[in-house]
Ligand binder design. Structure first.
Ligand code: PHE
Length: 354
Protein backbone atom coordinates (compact mmCIF):
# COMPACT_ATOMS: atom_id res chain seq x y z
CA UNK A 1 0.00 0.00 0.00
CA UNK A 2 2.79 2.45 0.91
CA UNK A 3 4.53 1.55 -2.30
CA UNK A 4 1.32 2.33 -4.18
CA UNK A 5 1.06 5.75 -2.49
CA UNK A 6 4.62 6.60 -3.58
CA UNK A 7 3.68 5.75 -7.15
CA UNK A 8 0.48 7.78 -6.98
CA UNK A 9 2.46 10.78 -5.75
CA UNK A 10 5.21 10.40 -8.32
CA UNK A 11 2.78 10.01 -11.26
CA UNK A 12 0.66 12.96 -10.14
CA UNK A 13 3.62 15.30 -9.73
CA UNK A 14 5.00 14.28 -13.11
CA UNK A 15 1.74 15.00 -14.91
CA UNK A 16 1.42 18.30 -13.03
CA UNK A 17 4.81 19.42 -14.23
CA UNK A 18 3.67 19.12 -17.86
CA UNK A 19 0.57 21.33 -17.40
CA UNK A 20 0.63 24.75 -19.10
CA UNK A 21 -2.91 26.17 -18.87
CA UNK A 22 -5.68 26.69 -16.36
CA UNK A 23 -8.20 24.32 -17.95
CA UNK A 24 -5.72 21.42 -17.86
CA UNK A 25 -4.84 22.35 -14.29
CA UNK A 26 -8.48 22.12 -13.23
CA UNK A 27 -8.78 18.69 -14.88
CA UNK A 28 -5.64 17.63 -13.00
CA UNK A 29 -7.13 18.83 -9.69
CA UNK A 30 -10.30 16.76 -10.20
CA UNK A 31 -8.30 13.68 -11.23
CA UNK A 32 -5.59 13.85 -8.55
CA UNK A 33 -7.00 15.46 -5.42
CA UNK A 34 -10.73 15.19 -6.16
CA UNK A 35 -13.14 12.82 -4.43
CA UNK A 36 -12.56 9.90 -6.79
CA UNK A 37 -8.81 10.41 -7.14
CA UNK A 38 -6.36 7.55 -6.39
CA UNK A 39 -5.26 9.07 -3.03
CA UNK A 40 -8.85 9.43 -1.87
CA UNK A 41 -9.63 5.84 -2.83
CA UNK A 42 -6.73 4.72 -0.57
CA UNK A 43 -8.63 6.23 2.36
CA UNK A 44 -11.72 4.22 1.49
CA UNK A 45 -9.70 1.01 1.31
CA UNK A 46 -8.21 1.47 4.80
CA UNK A 47 -10.80 -0.83 6.38
CA UNK A 48 -9.19 -3.81 4.71
CA UNK A 49 -5.82 -3.13 6.33
CA UNK A 50 -4.35 -4.63 9.46
CA UNK A 51 -4.26 -2.65 12.72
CA UNK A 52 -0.48 -2.17 12.40
CA UNK A 53 -0.58 -1.03 8.79
CA UNK A 54 -3.54 1.31 9.16
CA UNK A 55 -1.85 4.30 10.94
CA UNK A 56 1.22 4.11 8.70
CA UNK A 57 -0.81 4.06 5.51
CA UNK A 58 -3.19 6.71 6.86
CA UNK A 59 -0.33 9.03 7.75
CA UNK A 60 1.39 8.53 4.42
CA UNK A 61 -1.87 9.01 2.47
CA UNK A 62 -2.42 12.29 4.30
CA UNK A 63 1.12 13.40 3.46
CA UNK A 64 0.58 12.61 -0.20
CA UNK A 65 -2.77 14.41 -0.29
CA UNK A 66 -1.30 17.53 1.36
CA UNK A 67 1.77 17.44 -0.89
CA UNK A 68 -0.39 17.22 -3.99
CA UNK A 69 -2.63 20.06 -2.81
CA UNK A 70 0.41 22.22 -2.08
CA UNK A 71 1.87 21.40 -5.51
CA UNK A 72 -1.49 22.33 -7.07
CA UNK A 73 -1.56 25.71 -5.29
CA UNK A 74 1.99 26.42 -6.32
CA UNK A 75 1.30 25.53 -9.95
CA UNK A 76 -1.86 27.62 -9.93
CA UNK A 77 -0.04 30.76 -8.80
CA UNK A 78 2.81 30.09 -11.24
CA UNK A 79 0.29 29.91 -14.12
CA UNK A 80 -1.40 33.15 -12.99
CA UNK A 81 1.95 34.88 -12.79
CA UNK A 82 2.87 33.68 -16.28
CA UNK A 83 -0.47 34.90 -17.69
CA UNK A 84 0.08 38.30 -16.07
CA UNK A 85 3.60 38.57 -17.46
CA UNK A 86 2.30 37.70 -20.87
CA UNK A 87 -0.46 40.32 -20.89
CA UNK A 88 1.97 42.93 -19.55
CA UNK A 89 4.30 42.16 -22.40
CA UNK A 90 1.66 42.08 -25.14
CA UNK A 91 -0.39 45.10 -23.96
CA UNK A 92 2.61 47.25 -23.26
CA UNK A 93 1.83 50.94 -22.77
CA UNK A 94 4.58 53.44 -23.39
CA UNK A 95 3.54 56.26 -21.09
CA UNK A 96 6.52 58.33 -22.18
CA UNK A 97 5.11 58.72 -25.74
CA UNK A 98 3.95 62.27 -26.49
CA UNK A 99 0.13 62.67 -26.61
CA UNK A 100 -1.77 62.99 -29.85
CA UNK A 101 -2.64 66.65 -30.39
CA UNK A 102 -6.36 67.54 -30.52
CA UNK A 103 -7.44 69.21 -33.74
CA UNK A 104 -9.05 72.32 -32.32
CA UNK A 105 -11.25 74.60 -34.42
CA UNK A 106 -10.47 78.27 -34.89
CA UNK A 107 -12.23 81.48 -35.73
CA UNK A 108 -12.82 82.28 -39.39
CA UNK A 109 -10.35 84.91 -40.63
CA UNK A 110 -13.25 87.25 -41.42
CA UNK A 111 -14.50 86.89 -37.83
CA UNK A 112 -11.03 87.48 -36.39
CA UNK A 113 -10.68 90.59 -38.52
CA UNK A 114 -14.17 91.88 -37.70
CA UNK A 115 -13.51 91.44 -33.98
CA UNK A 116 -10.22 93.29 -34.26
CA UNK A 117 -11.94 96.25 -35.95
CA UNK A 118 -14.66 96.33 -33.29
CA UNK A 119 -12.07 96.06 -30.49
CA UNK A 120 -10.19 99.07 -31.85
CA UNK A 121 -13.40 101.06 -32.26
CA UNK A 122 -14.42 100.06 -28.71
CA UNK A 123 -11.14 101.49 -27.39
CA UNK A 124 -12.06 104.69 -29.18
CA UNK A 125 -15.44 104.84 -27.45
CA UNK A 126 -17.72 103.19 -30.03
CA UNK A 127 -20.40 100.82 -28.74
CA UNK A 128 -21.70 98.01 -30.94
CA UNK A 129 -25.24 98.40 -32.21
CA UNK A 130 -26.66 95.53 -34.25
CA UNK A 131 -29.52 96.00 -36.63
CA UNK A 132 -31.64 93.79 -38.89
CA UNK A 133 -30.44 92.23 -42.16
CA UNK A 134 -33.88 92.25 -43.79
CA UNK A 135 -34.93 95.85 -44.22
CA UNK A 136 -37.73 97.81 -45.79
CA UNK A 137 -37.08 99.91 -48.87
CA UNK A 138 -37.90 102.88 -46.66
CA UNK A 139 -35.03 102.27 -44.23
CA UNK A 140 -32.51 100.93 -46.72
CA UNK A 141 -33.06 103.83 -49.15
CA UNK A 142 -35.75 106.45 -48.61
CA UNK A 143 -34.90 107.62 -45.08
CA UNK A 144 -31.26 107.76 -46.19
CA UNK A 145 -32.18 110.37 -48.76
CA UNK A 146 -32.44 107.92 -51.66
CA UNK A 147 -35.97 108.31 -53.11
CA UNK A 148 -37.46 105.81 -55.59
CA UNK A 149 -35.90 106.07 -59.05
CA UNK A 150 -32.93 107.98 -57.62
CA UNK A 151 -29.87 107.09 -59.71
CA UNK A 152 -27.91 106.30 -56.53
CA UNK A 153 -29.94 103.08 -56.22
CA UNK A 154 -27.89 101.76 -59.09
CA UNK A 155 -24.73 101.98 -57.00
CA UNK A 156 -26.07 98.97 -55.12
CA UNK A 157 -27.94 96.21 -56.94
CA UNK A 158 -30.58 94.97 -54.59
CA UNK A 159 -32.13 91.63 -53.61
CA UNK A 160 -35.86 92.31 -53.21
CA UNK A 161 -37.98 89.91 -51.16
CA UNK A 162 -41.33 89.00 -52.64
CA UNK A 163 -43.83 89.79 -49.86
CA UNK A 164 -46.64 91.07 -52.10
CA UNK A 165 -46.40 94.54 -50.53
CA UNK A 166 -47.94 97.12 -52.87
CA UNK A 167 -46.55 100.17 -51.10
CA UNK A 168 -43.02 100.97 -52.32
CA UNK A 169 -41.81 101.91 -48.84
CA UNK A 170 -42.99 98.56 -47.43
CA UNK A 171 -41.06 96.50 -49.95
CA UNK A 172 -38.57 94.24 -48.15
CA UNK A 173 -34.96 93.98 -49.22
CA UNK A 174 -31.80 92.30 -48.00
CA UNK A 175 -29.92 95.36 -46.74
CA UNK A 176 -27.39 96.55 -49.28
CA UNK A 177 -25.38 98.41 -46.63
CA UNK A 178 -25.34 98.89 -42.84
CA UNK A 179 -26.46 102.53 -43.14
CA UNK A 180 -30.18 101.82 -42.40
CA UNK A 181 -28.94 100.98 -38.88
CA UNK A 182 -28.10 104.69 -38.53
CA UNK A 183 -31.80 105.55 -38.80
CA UNK A 184 -32.84 102.68 -36.48
CA UNK A 185 -30.34 103.76 -33.82
CA UNK A 186 -31.12 107.49 -34.04
CA UNK A 187 -34.86 106.80 -33.87
CA UNK A 188 -34.46 104.56 -30.84
CA UNK A 189 -32.28 107.04 -28.94
CA UNK A 190 -34.30 110.13 -29.88
CA UNK A 191 -37.55 108.39 -28.88
CA UNK A 192 -36.17 108.07 -25.34
CA UNK A 193 -35.80 111.83 -25.06
CA UNK A 194 -37.29 113.70 -28.06
CA UNK A 195 -36.56 117.17 -26.67
CA UNK A 196 -32.92 116.52 -25.97
CA UNK A 197 -31.74 113.30 -27.67
CA UNK A 198 -28.47 111.80 -26.36
CA UNK A 199 -25.18 112.00 -28.23
CA UNK A 200 -24.26 108.88 -30.19
CA UNK A 201 -21.02 107.02 -30.87
CA UNK A 202 -21.74 103.56 -32.26
CA UNK A 203 -20.32 100.88 -34.56
CA UNK A 204 -22.79 98.88 -36.64
CA UNK A 205 -21.31 95.62 -37.91
CA UNK A 206 -23.01 93.00 -40.02
CA UNK A 207 -23.66 91.20 -43.26
CA UNK A 208 -24.90 93.06 -46.33
CA UNK A 209 -26.11 91.70 -49.67
CA UNK A 210 -25.80 92.81 -53.27
CA UNK A 211 -27.26 91.24 -56.37
CA UNK A 212 -24.06 90.94 -58.34
CA UNK A 213 -22.27 88.51 -60.56
CA UNK A 214 -19.86 86.56 -58.34
CA UNK A 215 -16.32 87.05 -59.59
CA UNK A 216 -12.83 87.19 -58.12
CA UNK A 217 -13.57 90.79 -57.14
CA UNK A 218 -17.24 90.78 -56.11
CA UNK A 219 -19.42 88.61 -53.89
CA UNK A 220 -23.16 88.67 -53.16
CA UNK A 221 -22.55 88.96 -49.43
CA UNK A 222 -19.93 90.60 -47.27
CA UNK A 223 -19.62 92.38 -43.94
CA UNK A 224 -19.61 96.09 -43.36
CA UNK A 225 -18.76 98.08 -40.28
CA UNK A 226 -20.60 101.36 -40.10
CA UNK A 227 -19.66 104.11 -37.68
CA UNK A 228 -22.00 106.86 -36.51
CA UNK A 229 -21.16 109.82 -34.30
CA UNK A 230 -23.84 112.43 -33.54
CA UNK A 231 -23.46 115.32 -31.14
CA UNK A 232 -23.24 119.07 -30.78
CA UNK A 233 -20.36 120.67 -32.68
CA UNK A 234 -19.12 117.52 -34.40
CA UNK A 235 -17.01 118.65 -37.36
CA UNK A 236 -15.30 117.22 -40.41
CA UNK A 237 -12.07 117.60 -38.39
CA UNK A 238 -13.44 115.05 -35.89
CA UNK A 239 -14.18 112.70 -38.77
CA UNK A 240 -10.67 112.99 -40.18
CA UNK A 241 -8.94 112.66 -36.82
CA UNK A 242 -11.04 109.66 -35.75
CA UNK A 243 -10.54 107.76 -38.99
CA UNK A 244 -6.81 108.52 -39.26
CA UNK A 245 -6.37 107.28 -35.69
CA UNK A 246 -8.41 104.15 -36.46
CA UNK A 247 -6.15 103.38 -39.42
CA UNK A 248 -3.00 103.86 -37.33
CA UNK A 249 -4.32 101.42 -34.70
CA UNK A 250 -5.44 98.96 -37.36
CA UNK A 251 -2.50 99.07 -39.80
CA UNK A 252 0.34 100.51 -37.73
CA UNK A 253 1.57 103.88 -36.46
CA UNK A 254 3.25 104.73 -39.74
CA UNK A 255 0.15 104.19 -41.91
CA UNK A 256 -0.51 107.22 -44.10
CA UNK A 257 -4.03 108.19 -45.15
CA UNK A 258 -5.63 110.60 -47.59
CA UNK A 259 -9.18 111.79 -48.21
CA UNK A 260 -10.78 112.22 -51.62
CA UNK A 261 -14.06 114.03 -52.23
CA UNK A 262 -16.86 111.64 -53.13
CA UNK A 263 -20.63 111.36 -53.19
CA UNK A 264 -23.15 109.53 -51.01
CA UNK A 265 -26.79 110.68 -50.78
CA UNK A 266 -26.82 110.36 -46.98
CA UNK A 267 -23.69 112.40 -46.24
CA UNK A 268 -22.70 115.94 -47.20
CA UNK A 269 -19.89 116.56 -47.79
CA UNK A 270 -18.80 113.00 -48.58
CA UNK A 271 -15.34 111.49 -48.93
CA UNK A 272 -13.48 108.27 -49.43
CA UNK A 273 -10.40 107.47 -47.43
CA UNK A 274 -7.33 105.75 -48.87
CA UNK A 275 -4.46 104.21 -46.97
CA UNK A 276 -0.96 104.10 -48.40
CA UNK A 277 -0.50 100.73 -50.07
CA UNK A 278 0.95 98.36 -47.45
CA UNK A 279 2.14 95.97 -50.14
CA UNK A 280 4.51 98.35 -51.95
CA UNK A 281 4.75 101.17 -49.40
CA UNK A 282 3.30 103.69 -51.84
CA UNK A 283 5.64 103.01 -54.75
CA UNK A 284 2.92 101.49 -56.91
CA UNK A 285 2.26 97.77 -57.48
CA UNK A 286 -0.30 95.29 -58.79
CA UNK A 287 -2.42 95.39 -55.61
CA UNK A 288 -2.84 99.20 -55.63
CA UNK A 289 -2.98 99.27 -59.42
CA UNK A 290 0.18 101.43 -59.55
CA UNK A 291 -1.50 104.27 -57.63
CA UNK A 292 0.27 103.70 -54.31
CA UNK A 293 -3.07 104.03 -52.45
CA UNK A 294 -5.82 101.60 -51.39
CA UNK A 295 -9.39 102.74 -50.87
CA UNK A 296 -10.72 101.42 -47.56
CA UNK A 297 -13.87 103.32 -46.62
CA UNK A 298 -16.58 105.82 -47.50
CA UNK A 299 -17.54 108.58 -45.09
CA UNK A 300 -19.01 112.04 -44.65
CA UNK A 301 -20.98 114.43 -42.46
CA UNK A 302 -24.46 113.05 -41.78
CA UNK A 303 -26.88 114.76 -44.18
CA UNK A 304 -29.36 117.12 -42.43
CA UNK A 305 -32.28 115.17 -43.94
CA UNK A 306 -30.94 111.96 -42.39
CA UNK A 307 -30.53 113.58 -38.96
CA UNK A 308 -34.08 114.87 -39.25
CA UNK A 309 -35.37 111.41 -40.23
CA UNK A 310 -33.65 110.01 -37.13
CA UNK A 311 -35.33 112.53 -34.83
CA UNK A 312 -32.25 114.75 -34.37
CA UNK A 313 -32.69 118.48 -35.08
CA UNK A 314 -30.08 119.39 -37.73
CA UNK A 315 -30.03 122.96 -36.33
CA UNK A 316 -28.68 121.65 -33.05
CA UNK A 317 -26.84 118.44 -33.98
CA UNK A 318 -24.21 117.45 -36.46
CA UNK A 319 -22.50 114.14 -36.98
CA UNK A 320 -20.30 112.01 -39.15
CA UNK A 321 -20.63 108.49 -40.48
CA UNK A 322 -18.38 106.00 -42.21
CA UNK A 323 -18.72 102.57 -43.74
CA UNK A 324 -15.96 100.08 -44.42
CA UNK A 325 -15.63 96.57 -45.79
CA UNK A 326 -13.64 94.36 -43.39
CA UNK A 327 -13.22 91.55 -45.91
CA UNK A 328 -11.77 93.99 -48.39
CA UNK A 329 -9.24 95.12 -45.77
CA UNK A 330 -8.47 91.48 -45.00
CA UNK A 331 -7.83 90.77 -48.68
CA UNK A 332 -5.56 93.76 -49.03
CA UNK A 333 -3.61 92.91 -45.90
CA UNK A 334 -3.02 89.27 -46.86
CA UNK A 335 -2.86 89.77 -50.64
CA UNK A 336 -5.84 87.43 -51.13
CA UNK A 337 -6.47 87.64 -54.83
CA UNK A 338 -9.91 86.03 -55.08
CA UNK A 339 -12.80 87.09 -52.82
CA UNK A 340 -14.45 83.69 -53.34
CA UNK A 341 -11.90 82.10 -50.99
CA UNK A 342 -13.46 84.00 -48.09
CA UNK A 343 -16.78 82.13 -48.00
CA UNK A 344 -15.52 79.07 -49.92
CA UNK A 345 -15.06 76.92 -46.76
CA UNK A 346 -11.84 75.45 -48.10
CA UNK A 347 -9.76 74.28 -45.14
CA UNK A 348 -6.53 74.72 -47.09
CA UNK A 349 -7.34 78.43 -47.14
CA UNK A 350 -8.79 78.73 -43.62
CA UNK A 351 -5.97 76.83 -41.89
CA UNK A 352 -3.49 79.50 -42.92
CA UNK A 353 -5.13 81.84 -40.42
CA UNK A 354 -4.78 79.53 -37.34
N1 PHE B 1 -23.16 102.92 -47.10
C1 PHE B 1 -22.02 103.25 -47.94
C2 PHE B 1 -21.74 102.04 -48.85
O1 PHE B 1 -22.18 100.98 -48.59
C3 PHE B 1 -20.80 103.55 -47.13
C4 PHE B 1 -20.96 104.79 -46.29
C5 PHE B 1 -21.41 104.70 -45.00
C6 PHE B 1 -20.62 106.06 -46.81
C7 PHE B 1 -21.55 105.83 -44.21
C8 PHE B 1 -20.76 107.18 -46.03
C9 PHE B 1 -21.20 107.07 -44.74
O2 PHE B 1 -21.06 102.18 -49.85
Amino acid sequence: MLEKLNEIEKAALESLAAIADEAALEAWRVANVGRSSPVMSVFSQMGALSKEERPLVGQRANQVKLALEAAFAEKQSALKQAALQQSLASERLDISLPGRPLRAGGLHPATQNLRRILAILAEMGFQVYTSREVESDEYNFQLLNIPPYHPAREMQDTFYIDTGASDEAERQVLRTHTSPGQIRAMRQFSAENPENPPEIRIALPGMVYRFEQITARSEVQFNQVEGLVVGKNITFGDLKGTLAEFVRRMFGRGAKTRFRASYFPFTEPSAEMDVECFVCGGKGCGVCKKSGWLEILGCGMVHPVVLQNGGYDPQKYTGFAFGMGPERQLMLRHKIEDIRYIWGNDLRFLEQFG
